[in-house]
Ligand binder design. Structure first.
Ligand code: NI
Length: 177
């Protein structure tokens, strides 16, 4: 389909609460997902939410392949998640670095719950129900936040832990957003 422009922080469209998808397996929904996949791949992102390309629907995609350059990075299956519901399974939170295609060139340390269950549907309307932890749980929280108009910098507790990727990690080794 097409690589879309990703809206950047400051654009009011990123701050809206997105709407539920009502109809599954439609041409429009498949076209949206094709655009989201093309855009995420082109920018080498770990996830993307529909509002980031200006579509105000509760649709996210995410996934991290095993990459020999980052042997410590946990694998996350390629997932389409629509109308997600998150149930937290712990009060425990953990801080780690995050980036976002809507906040290019920056990184911040964000506290996230370490364990959760997520439910929703894929683009065909098939139910998804997973219990996850760690990095997978972090990615889900980051992407689902986009559906409620929340960008990760809003979650940073100490803004000293927010800065330019090239300055924070001069030796590289960090995925581009
Ligand atoms: Ni993001």
């Amino acid at each position: 389909m097409a690589i879309k422009e990703v809206l950047r922080m400051g654009d009011a469209r990123l701050l809206r609460v997105a709407e539920e998808v009502r109809d599954f397996d439609t041409r429009q929904l498949h076209a949206l997902l094709a655009d989201m996949r093309d855009t995420m791949q082109a920018l080498d992102g770990a996830g993307l939410a529909a509002p980031q390309i200006g579509v105000n629907l509760r649709v996210v995609i995410f996934g991290v392949e095993k990459n020999p350059r980052y042997p410590d990075a946990e694998e996350v299956p390629q997932t389409v998640l629509i109308n997600p519901r998150i149930t937290l399974l712990t009060e425990e939170m953990e801080e780690d670095w995050e980036g976002c295609l809507s906040v290019p060139g920056l990184r911040g340390r964000v506290p996230r719950y370490t364990q959760l269950r997520y439910q929703g549907r894929d683009e065909y309307g098939v139910a998804i129900d997973r219990t996850v932890s760690g990095f997978h749980a972090r990615v889900v929280q980051h992407e689902c936040d986009h559906l409620d108009g929340i960008l990760y910098p809003m979650r940073i507790k100490d803004l000293r832990n927010f800065g330019y990727t090239a300055v924070l990690f001069p030796d590289g080794g960090q995925q581009d957003d």
